[in-house]
Design a binder for this molecule. Structure first.
Ligand code: ADP
Ligand code: MG
Length: 278
């Protein structure tokens, strides 16, 4: 057998094993049982490695399994086959250790709680003291540009501000991994641009690993270090595109030829996977 022993293996310098990837999925499949007896295959043979600090977008047509994949990472669904680890742990262990924050498609804020008390709620469940809960809520609301809105109710905020509040709520858990399911899908383009810029700055500033679901090619290219193009149901990975634009990005980058080239490749991938025999 081949033995890849490095020359200094027994020397004084002990080399540390490389950090486990944040997410490692191998051959994941997920079949939903349904009441009409026709099971739905939502994911088929999905393998994906996400490294620390990556910003990975999942893009693909509606119903291709993007939300399902995010929910498998979050231990909200169990795969039918295949393996997945989150920071080297099972998704369940990672969930119990609160290693991730999850931002849903809709802000899902309680209308009877102020913005600050919405952000504090998961911290209350974690058992943090009131002072700590409030300090974290204020810090994260400040980070997403909502300082001064702590005592407002969600319905007093615009849609974009509500979605920022829900990002603050996820960040308040201080997760290594931020899972976001089309968080800006329901917003107008101008607000979305603004939040995209804010999110890329936040990602750069915090060093978090992000997995972001979107329908928008421009949004995926602007935000990501890697773009995972998925096929229509059953969701498979068609292409993984490195998005090697500078990490520091402003909205102007969308006018550059490099941006256009990556967007083109994403579009091609989506086109290739398209089928009408659904
Ligand atoms: P996407 O987020 O890409 O739009 P989803 O992951 O939500 O796709 O869904 C993938 C497929 O699985 C779709 O066909 C959807 O109808 C089906 N599906 C999602 N959740 C369930 C469920 N709980 N039971 C049965 N089918 C489901
Ligand atoms: Mg979805």
């Amino acid at each position: 057998m081949h033995s890849p022993s490095p020359p200094h293996a027994s020397g004084a310098t002990v080399r540390q094993a490389p950090a486990a990837p944040i997410v490692q999925a191998k051959n994941l499949s997920l079949i939903y049982p349904t009441a009409d007896g026709k099971p739905v295959t939502a994911l088929s043979e999905v393998s994906l490695t996400i490294a620390k600090g990556d910003f990975v977008s999942l893009i693909g047509p509606s119903g291709c399994g993007k939300t399902t994949l995010l929910r498998v990472i979050a231990d909200l669904e169990r795969p039918t086959a295949g393996t997945i680890t989150v920071e080297g742990l099972t998704p369940e262990q990672a969930r119990l250790k609160r290693l991730y924050g999850y931002v849903f498609q809709a802000p899902a804020l309680y209308p009877w709680r102020t913005v600050e008390r919405n952000v504090m709620l998961p911290l209350e469940i974690m058992g943090l003291s009131r002072a700590e809960r409030q300090a974290r809520a204020r810090e994260e609301l400040g980070r997403v540009g909502l300082a001064g809105f702590e005592r407002k109710f969600p319905w007093q905020l615009s849609g974009g501000m509500q979605q920022r509040a829900s990002i603050a709520r996820a960040l308040a858990l201080k997760p290594d991994l931020l899972l976001m399911d089309e968080p800006f899908g329901a917003l107008d383009e101008i607000t979305r641009d603004h939040l995209n810029l804010h999110l890329t700055q936040l990602w750069r500033g915090t060093g978090k690993t992000c997995v972001f679901v979107t329908h928008s090619i421009a949004e995926a290219v602007f935000l990501s270090t890697r773009i995972v193009v998925m096929s229509p149901r059953p969701g498979r990975i068609l292409d993984v595109i490195d998005c090697d634009l500078p990490r520091e990005r402003t909205l102007d980058i969308r006018e550059s030829p490099e941006f256009a080239a990556i967007a083109h490749r994403v579009r091609d991938g989506l086109k290739e996977g398209h089928s009408y025999d659904d």
